[in-house]
Design a protein around this ligand. Structure first.
Ligand SMILES: Cc1cc2nc3c(=O)[nH]c(=O)nc-3n(C[C@H](O)[C@H](O)[C@H](O)COP(=O)(O)OP(=O)(O)OC[C@H]3O[C@@H](n4cnc5c(N)ncnc54)[C@H](O)[C@@H]3O)c2cc1C
Length: 374
């Protein structure tokens, strides 16, 4: 008999959520996380309906709702004019909560379900499919230990070392760009996202809970000095005319948005999940939500299959690849709407955004933004 039903590698939002869903159903699952402390990086903020449904299933939906800010809608602007406005329907809400808080709520829930499930400071060095079971090599600081399980889930993030170790290719998909972002104090009371698709490139502005705001700027080929508060502030003003209250000591974070898909998601009893399986551009904000939606399906397949002694992982693999392709296509489109542009291309883009904002198409466009069908 294997030591555990399921071993999950990585306590990011996807590994944690999957752990909660499995433990709730009485599955013997453990989560190995290499970090000793929580990840405090500022990353995902947007939670869409599929993500919220997953959080509900894991038992923390109401805690997330009470901490998050609920967006009323969003406006797309260019050259000082509003091109399209969208209000989010109550049945397709968009919640805003910084990832550190979502992770903390998930971690708290996991620990509530089992005090023994989360193994922090445990680096997984290797995962192998052995046919009848999977073997996981765990380094908990006192030498390597082998743990066996029915299913091993690799949720170790976009730079997954284990995916590479298994020889699974990591394929580029359309959509890449450089950006800088900054979360700052803000007194505004508006609950709308503002997307400025400007000549010089995208400027996004999102209200955050607890009187804060996130700014995201497209970095047009490193021409702008976006690494300092002064340069970041100046660029926002130049592109949009807005003078944001950004303190001099604020430190913007640069990131490269890219899109990639794993060449295979399932290898026998070993599966990839979350960013290890697919990288979705943060522009559009869907990577974490997609990983959660995948985790809900994977948990259901595992819970169904374990008592029968045969977990069918093939369906999960096909579904992950299909939904990743859809999300990547959508994100590539959002990125192109915020690329630097001028002349005819800029005017054509403005016309397209206006058209998408007209009454007959608004509902359809809103569905895409809020992850309908994913
Ligand atoms: C700037 C930015 C903004 C974003 N905004 C959004 C958004 O608004 N909405 C959205 O849906 N998504 C967004 N995303 C994407 C989102 O952050 C990721 O999709 C999400 O974090 C992926 O979760 P994960 O659990 O798959 O991986 P990760 O969060 O990367 O977690 C992987 C975990 O595995 C651990 N690990 C790695 N290797 C090992 C090992 N060998 N052994 C043990 N543990 C290991 C790591 O320490 C880490 O804790 C954004 C991303 C960025 C960069």
């Amino acid at each position: 008999m294997p030591d555990h039903d399921v071993v999950i590698v990585g306590a990011g939002p996807v590994g944690l959520l999957l752990g909660c869903l499995l433990l709730q159903e009485g599955v013997d699952a453990i989560v190995c996380e290499r970090r000793a402390d929580a990840d405090t990086r500022s990353r995902a903020i947007g939670i869409h309906r599929p993500g919220l449904e997953a959080l509900d299933a894991a038992g923390i939906g109401s805690a997330v709702r009470s901490e998050a800010l609920r967006l009323d809608g969003g406006d797309v602007l260019s050259r000082g004019r509003v091109l399209a406005s969208l209000d989010f329907a109550p049945e397709r809400p968009v919640l805003i909560l910084p990832q550190q808080r979502t992770d903390a709520l998930l971690r708290g829930r996991l620990e509530e379900l089992s005090a023994q499930a989360l193994h922090v400071g445990h680096v997984v060095r290797g995962v192998r499919d052995e046919g009848d079971f999977a073997r996981v090599a765990v380094d908990g600081g006192q030498g390597l230990r082998e743990v066996t399980c029915h299913v091993a889930v690799i949720a170790d993030g976009v730079h997954s070392g284990l995916r590479a170790q298994l020889g699974i290719p990591w394929r580029d998909r359309a959509g890449a760009g450089d950006y800088a972002m900054l979360d700052v104090h803000d007194d505004g009371v508006e609950r709308r996202a503002l997307l400025h698709c400007e000549q010089g490139g995208l400027v996004e502005s999102f209200p955050l809970p607890r009187g804060r705001r996130r700014w995201v700027l497209r970095d047009a080929r490193g021409e702008n000095d976006l690494g300092t508060a002064a340069g970041f502030r100046q660029e926002i003003e130049q592109r949009t005319g807005i003078r944001p209250g950004i303190p001099d000591d604020a430190q913007p974070t640069a990131f490269r948005a890219a899109q990639r898909t794993a060449g295979a998601v399932v290898r026998g009893r070993v599966v990839l999940a979350g960013d290890a399986a697919h990288e979705i551009s943060p522009i559009g904000g869907q990577g974490m939500n997609l990983g959660w939606a995948d985790a809900v399906r994977l948990a259901a397949d595992i819970v169904r299959g374990l008592p029968l002694g045969a977990v069918d992982l093939g369906r999960y693999g096909r579904r992950v690849r299909r939904s990743a392709r859809t999300a990547q296509r959508r994100s590539a489109f959002y990125m192109s709407m915020g690329a630097p542009a001028s002349g005819m291309p800029l005017r054509a883009r403005e016309l397209l955004i206006r058209t998408l904002g007209t009454a007959p198409l608004r509902g359809w466009a809103g569905g895409l933004i809020t992850m309908r069908g994913l």
